[in-house]
Ligand binder design. Structure first.
Ligand code: SME
Length: 166
């Protein structure tokens, strides 16, 4: 079920509640599902439509030890390939750490798939052995749209996905 997008101006409690609702919805939608592409498509759709601040939402898959290739996403055209040494997504894959970027123009090497992107969060999706399965990328057309609440929930979701599909 798609929800009315949560307002960009919602407070932390409302954002926590929306993430909890969406994660429960995702759990239900993926119950019994073992296909990784179906999982990425479902996660991208549910989260993208859950928040006004989500302007581009999707996955980049690690197809080798140094290259990401686009996966299922929602929003305008995303660039197809990102080496680990490029962009915010490459930084997340390279460091295996979340990249919380309040101002993309201040991030050296940011790749602008859209000129409207002002802030971004990218979370690595790691296999049980710690290797990179994918990164989950969310762009916003608002500055500093993401914070520790987004990071907490997206990292928890990424951990579950990596353990289940990695
Ligand atoms: N901004 C990302 C590239 C992906 S597009 O935003 C969808 C980056 O700098 O890696």
């Amino acid at each position: 079920m798609l929800h009315e997008p949560l307002s960009r101006d919602a407070g932390a409690d409302a954002k926590h509640e929306r993430y909890r609702t969406l994660r429960t919805s995702i759990d239900g939608l993926l119950d019994g599902e073992d296909d990784w592409i179906a999982a990425m498509a479902t996660v991208s759709c549910e989260l993208h439509h859950g928040f006004e601040s989500y302007d581009w939402t999707g996955f980049y898959r690690a197809v080798s030890s140094d290259l990401l290739v686009i996966g299922p996403y929602q929003g305008g055209h995303g660039c197809l390939r990102i080496p680990f040494d490029k962009g915010v997504c490459g930084a997340a894959a390279r460091t295996r750490e979340t990249q919380l970027v309040p101002d993309v123009h201040a991030f050296p090497g940011h790749i602008a798939c859209s000129s409207s992107t002002l802030s971004e969060i990218v979370v690595p999706v790691l296999r049980p052995d710690g290797s990179v399965l994918a990164v989950f990328d969310v762009d916003s057309d608002r500055p500093a749209a993401f914070d520790e609440v987004d990071q907490e929930h997206l990292e928890a979701l990424a951990k579950t996905l990596g353990q289940r599909f990695g």
